[in-house]
Design a protein around this ligand. Structure first.
Ligand code: KG4
Ligand code: ZN
Length: 339
């Protein structure tokens, strides 16, 4: 039997739907909500309202691009958490409504499992170059920073995580201090490419094991900017590119050092990154250099699969479904769903 999966993702500010047939991607439609830009962060009430406005059109387009009708679908996989509750509820209620109306099976997927397995997304005729199990994944997004041993498609172990802010949050909060837009990560990345990464030294945390911390960096960044503006009111405009390059270098080094330590101690040389921050050009370059030095097989996700998308949710649903799992209609939606 060919398994046709409709994926639905609405955990934050992207409304997305995708279709997979036998694990291959046939469509992946993403509507990124622009309304939040002017507020410097995602406004939960506006996000859930925008999901309600977008979801029917996004699902319809995903089915059309895959040249399927809803009747053809075998399974609906939706994000059940973690994320913004109001946003999650739009996707989960819509998925459940569709399942009841069409007599379809459903699976509630953990959003983070989607990011982990995004490396396995392949379009119809695309060849496979995928990580071999077990592999290490540095999952870096707006809400999470973790190092995970991925033992199989359904078996993962977190060996390190942030004790406070996530890496993406550090980018976004520092961008806010600089008066840049939201999300700040891509803006800092772009400006950093024209700056000198060694112009300012920000302190790095001393955290044991494979764990991370970014709140100290955020505070020292804020104090640095405040003190320098006090001395020179034009400090920001005079030095913006250097500030971004130095900040990015510090965040990248914190991430890369811990990943290298995890690779050394576990002996795993199959290495990957995922989540929104895995789009960062500085992180990618640093890891490519380290991969060469340490003989890693490095897997960098395609940029289009780094940020939130329904294709990765559909893929996790597919892997679970072919192992015989699916959920009942009362599967819960949880803002703080455990890994
Ligand atoms: O995975 P994602 O789309 O959403 C969450 O699940 O959080 O990640 C969004 C995060 C934001 O913090 C954004 O600033 C960051 O990813 N991000 C980047 C870049 N592109 C997105 N951070 C640094 N450099 C980038 N190029
Ligand atoms: Zn995400």
């Amino acid at each position: 039997m060919r398994v046709k999966v409709l994926g639905i993702e609405s955990s934050c500010d992207d409304t997305s739907a995708a279709v997979l047939i036998d694990g291959k991607l046939y469509s992946n439609v993403i509507n990124s909500q622009s309304i939040h830009q002017k507020y410097g962060g995602v406004v939960p009430e506006l996000a859930s309202r925008a999901h309600q406005q977008n979801i029917v059109l996004v699902v319809k387009e995903a089915l059309e691009l895959a040249e399927l009708s809803f009747a053809d679908i075998d399974l609906i996989a939706f994000t059940r958490g973690p994320g913004l509750l109001g946003s999650l509820l739009v996707g989960s209620s819509f998925a459940k409504g569709l399942a009841i109306a069409g007599g379809k099976k459903i699976i509630g997927v953990n959003h983070l499992h989607g990011h982990l397995l995004a490396h396995f997304l392949r379009e119809k005729n695309e060849p496979d170059f995928v990580p071999k199990y077990p592999f290490l994944c540095l999952l870096v997004s707006g809400g999470h920073t973790q190092i995970i041993v991925v033992k199989s498609a359904l078996n993962y172990e977190i060996i390190g995580e942030t004790i406070d802010d996530a890496a993406g949050e550090a980018f976004d909060k520092c961008a806010k201090v600089l008066g840049l837009g939201y999300p700040g990560g891509p803006i800092i990345d772009k400006l950093a490419q024209k700056g000198n990464p060694d112009s300012i030294k920000f302190s790095k945390p001393q955290i044991p094991n494979f764990d991370f911390s970014f709140s100290g960096l955020k505070t020292s960044f804020l104090y640095h900017i405040r003190d320098q503006i006090h001395k020179n009111p034009e400090y920001l405009s005079d030095n913006l590119e250097n500030i971004c390059a130095s900040l990015q270098k510090t965040i990248v080094e914190i991430l890369a050092d811990k990943l290298a330590k995890a690779a050394k101690i576990t002996g795993i040389k199959e290495i990957s990154i995922s989540g929104g921050v895995s789009a960062n050009s500085g992180l990618r370059t640093q890891l490519l250099n380290m991969a060469e030095k340490n003989s890693w097989n490095l897997h960098l996700p395609k940029l289009k699969y780094t940020t939130d998308n329904a294709a990765m949710i559909a893929l996790v649903g597919y892997y679970r479904f072919i192992e015989g799992y699916y959920d009942s209609l009362d599967v819960s939606t949880e803002a703080k769903l455990n890994f």
